[in-house]
Design a protein around this ligand. Structure first.
Ligand SMILES: [Mg+2]
Length: 409
C-alpha cells in the first residue's frame, strides 16, 4: 500500500478565530484588515458572508467596502492566530509525529501508519469534527497518496469537507482542473504553459516531458511529475519546524522612499529587529538577502554570504547596506523593503574565530545586544535604536577600572 497523506487547511482562518470570541460577527460580512492609516489597509481574511459579497483577500479596504458597504473590519490578532495554530498542530500530533506546517493555517500529516487498518476518509472526518467541537473552527482535508494531491484535495471542496484523491480516481478529479491549481504552478509557468495550449493538469500530464524540460527547465519536469502523481517528498516531522531555515523581516513605509538615507534608516530598523529574533532563538545568520519593491511593484532581490555568521544588527545592517548600494539604481521610488537571513546555525557553532581580540569584540557586542533586547522588550521595541549610542553606555558599565574606583572609596 502507498502512503496516506492528509493536507489540512483551516477555512477562513483569521476571520474564524475572530468569530470564536465575537459570535456576532457570524451573521454579518466581516473581514480582518490591516491598518488603513499605515497603508496596510488591505483585507487579510474574510468570513463567508463577506466572500459572498465579493470581498477578496489582499484588496484595499475601500475597494471591499464599495462592494460590500456593511462590511465590518476588525484588526488582526496575530499572536492569537499563532497560538491556536500551535494547539491545532499539537492535536494532530496525536495521530502522527509527521506534521509539516505550510503557513499558519495549513499542514500536511503523514497518516500511513495510523490509517494502516482504518478508512482514511473516516479518520479525516473525525479530525474535522474534533476541530469543530474542540476549537469551534472548520477545516478542509485533502486525503491522497502524496503531498501535492493532498493539498489540491483540501482546496477542492470547502468549507468543512473531506476530499479523497486516490491512485484510482486522480485522473477524474485532478486532470480537468486548471494548471494553476497545482502546488508551485506560479503565474509565470501557468501563462507560459497556456501559450503552448497546456491549460489543465491533464494537458500537463500528457505533454511531452522532454519538451517541457526544454521549455520551462527544471520547473517543467517538476510540474509534469506532480500532474502525474509523482511526488515522493516526505512529510517533515513535527519538530522540524523548530529548525528555522530563514528569518524574514520587511516593511512597507507609509510614504515611498526617495533617497538612500530613508532606506538606510528603514534597513537599520529591520536589521535590528531581525538580529533580536536571531538572538532570541540562539541563532546566527550566515547569509543575507535584500528585497526591494519599487513604486510600480517591480521586485528586486540580491543576496550574499556573510564572512562570519552573526546575530548582530550592526553586521546585518552593514551587509544589507552594501547589497542595497550594489543593486538599486533609483529608477523609481521604493515602496517596500525587506531582508531575509538564511544559513542559520546555532549561535557560536558556525564562527571559528581564533583571534582573541576578535572573540572579545564579539562577546562585547553580544552583551550590548542583549541589553538592547531587554530594554526594548520591557519598554517597547524601538526604545533603543542606535547601537552606537548604547555602546557608550555599555563601555561605561563594563570598564573594570571605573567600577573598582567606585567601590574602593
Ligand atoms: Mg486556509
Amino acid at each position: 500500500m502507498g502512503r496516506i497523506v492528509f493536507h489540512i487547511d483551516q477555512n477562513c482562518y483569521f476571520a474564524s478565530v475572530e468569530m470564536i470570541s465575537h459570535p456576532e460577527y457570524k451573521n454579518v460580512p466581516m473581514a480582518v484588515a490591516g491598518d488603513e492609516e499605515k497603508r496596510h489597509g488591505i483585507i487579510l481574511a474574510k468570513n463567508e458572508l463577506a466572500s459572498k459579497a465579493g470581498v477578496k483577500t489582499a484588496e484595499a479596504i475601500w475597494e471591499a467596502k464599495r462592494k460590500c458597504p456593511d462590511l465590518i473590519t476588525v484588526p488582526s490578532h496575530y499572536d492569537l492566530y499563532v497560538s491556536i495554530s500551535g494547539k491545532l498542530k499539537a492535536m494532530y500530533t496525536e495521530y502522527t509525529d509527521q506534521v509539516e506546517s505550510f503557513g499558519i493555517d495549513e499542514c500536511w500529516l503523514d497518516m500511513t501508519d495510523y490509517c494502516r487498518d482504518k478508512d482514511p476518509v473516516m479518520v479525516a472526518d473525525e479530525i474535522r469534527s474534533r476541530v469543530r467541537n474542540e476549537f469551534s473552527l472548520t477545516c478542509s482535508v485533502g486525503v491522497s497518496f502524496n503531498k501535492v494531491f493532498a493539498k489540491l484535495g483540501s482546496d477542492y471542496k470547502k468549507p468543512d469537507a473531506t476530499t479523497y484523491i486516490s491512485e484510482e480516481n486522480y485522473k477524474d478529479i485532478v486532470w480537468p482542473l486548471p494548471v494553476s491549481d497545482l502546488l508551485f504552478a506560479g503565474k509565470k509557468s501557468t501563462s507560459k504553459l497556456s501559450e503552448i495550449n497546456v491549460r489543465t493538469i491533464g494537458d500537463l500530464a500528457n505533454a511531452d516531458k522532454e519538451y517541457l524540460s526544454d521549455y520551462l527547465g527544471k520547473a517543467g519536469i517538476m510540474l509534469w511529475q506532480y500532474a502525474n502523481g509523482l511526488d515522493d517528498s516526505p512529510v517533515a516531522r513535527a519538530d522540524y519546524e523548530r529548525e528555522l531555515k530563514s528569518i524574514n523581516n520587511s516593511t512597507t513605509t507609509p510614504e515611498d522612499m526617495t533617497n538612500p538615507e530613508q532606506v538606510y534608516g528603514t534597513l537599520h530598523g529591520l536589521c535590528s529587529g531581525t538580529a533580536a529574533r536571531l538572538r532570541r532563538r540562539g541563532l546566527e545568520a550566515g547569509g543575507i538577502a535584500l528585497y526591494v519593491r519599487d513604486r510600480d511593484l517591480n521586485k528586486y532581490e540580491h543576496q550574499r554570504g556573510l564572512l562570519i555568521p552573526t546575530d548582530s544588527g550592526k553586521d546585518l545592517f552593514e551587509a544589507a547596506k552594501v547589497l542595497f548600494d550594489e543593486s538599486y539604481d533609483w529608477h523609481a521610488p521604493i515602496r517596500s523593503i525587506g531582508i531575509k537571513c538564511s544559513k542559520l546555525t546555532k549561535a557560536g557553532s558556525g564562527s571559528q574565530i581564533s583571534l582573541f581580540e576578535v572573540q572579545e569584540e564579539t562577546e562585547r557586542g553580544k552583551k550590548i545586544n542583549d541589553a538592547i533586547d531587554k530594554i526594548n522588550s520591557r519598554y517597547g521595541s524601538g526604545t533603543i535604536k542606535s547601537l552606537a549610542e548604547l555602546s557608550g553606555m555599555a563601555d561605561y558599565d563594563r570598564d573594570p577600572l571605573r567600577k573598582e574606583g567606585g567601590t574602593k572609596k
